[in-house]
Write a protein that binds this ligand. Structure first.
Ligand code: SAM
Length: 249
């Protein structure tokens, strides 16, 4: 099995594949004024196994198109949506966010938690804007520096992993430049990283390593996740995900 398949296998059993939580998803939909705005056509881009899509389907009068590159994530999303009783409100679609097969101005809301980085924030928000109706809302979470200065080791790690990591003011300026009016911004609290993402992952490491008989590839993957987690525990005051809510103009 190659590195990528192992990475999928480590993350497939998780409730979510990146930092976030149902509380913060709800907070974002309230800030965007979506509570009484239905019925809405929503896209969840880079939906993973469906934490956000299922939360939104439970909260709002919506139909959600849940898009991801990976069919195994979408299969799990479909099972979880059935179990949650919201399968009728969610349609899954295997597609890449840089080649979405939608008509322009199709959606009222485009949501994307922890996934726009796959295209890069600037290119990603520009691309997604095309598929929003006029006045449509974009809700994206994106890794963000929380301070203007930061330790060198942290700076080097994250700028190598994701060169577009930046401060909230820089991200808001990108949104303005790309045809959005920012409506709200908040920082994902620590429980979104620890309780909802890293700690459940840590609990899977042992079984994962046993399953792959402590192969070098499996050990390297776990070591790299452990490095990311240790860095977060040490430097979590310097970065988080920012949640950006903006209206298309
Ligand atoms: N939104 C989910 C969540 O918060 O749990 C998943 C976030 S995970 C960090 C990023 C997701 O983006 C993964 O499910 C991955 O398969 C998906 N992805 C990666 N590249 C993509 C692409 N080019 N188009 C669509 N989805 C992509």
């Amino acid at each position: 099995m190659d590195d990528f398949q192992l990475l999928i296998d480590l993350h497939l059993p998780a409730k979510r594949q990146g930092p976030g939580s149902p509380t913060e998803t709800k907070r974002a939909l309230e800030l965007a004024g979506l509570r009484d705005a239905g019925p809405l056509k929503v896209a969840d881009i880079g939906c993973g196994t469906g934490a956000t899509s299922i939360a939104l389907a439970n909260e709002l009068d919506v139909h959600i198109t849940a898009v991801d590159l990976l069919p195994t994530f979408l299969e799990t999303l479909n099972q979880r949506a059935e179990e949650a009783g919201v399968a009728g409100r969610i349609t899954t679609l295997e597609a890449s966010m840089d080649a979405l097969p939608f008509e322009e101005e199709h959606f009222d809301v485009i949501w994307s938690e922890g996934a726009v980085y796959n295209m890069g924030f600037s290119a990603g928000v520009s691309e997604l804007r095309r598929f929003l109706k006029p006045d449509g809302m974009l809700l994206v979470s994106e890794i963000t520096w929380l301070t203007d200065v930061r330790p060198q080791a942290l700076y080097e790690y994250w700028t190598q992993a994701y060169p577009e990591i930046d401060t909230a003011s820089a991200k808001l300026a990108v949104l303005e430049d790309r045809g959005f009016s920012p409506v709200a911004y908040f920082v994902l609290p620590k429980h979104c990283w620890l309780e909802h993402y890293y700690e459940p992952m840590e609990q899977r490491f042992e079984t994962f390593l046993e399953k792959y008989e402590n192969s070098d590839v499996a050990k390297a993957l776990v070591a790299s996740e452990k490095q990311e987690i240790a860095l977060y525990r040490k430097y979590c005051d310097y970065y988080s995900y920012g949640f950006y809510i903006a209206r298309k103009i």
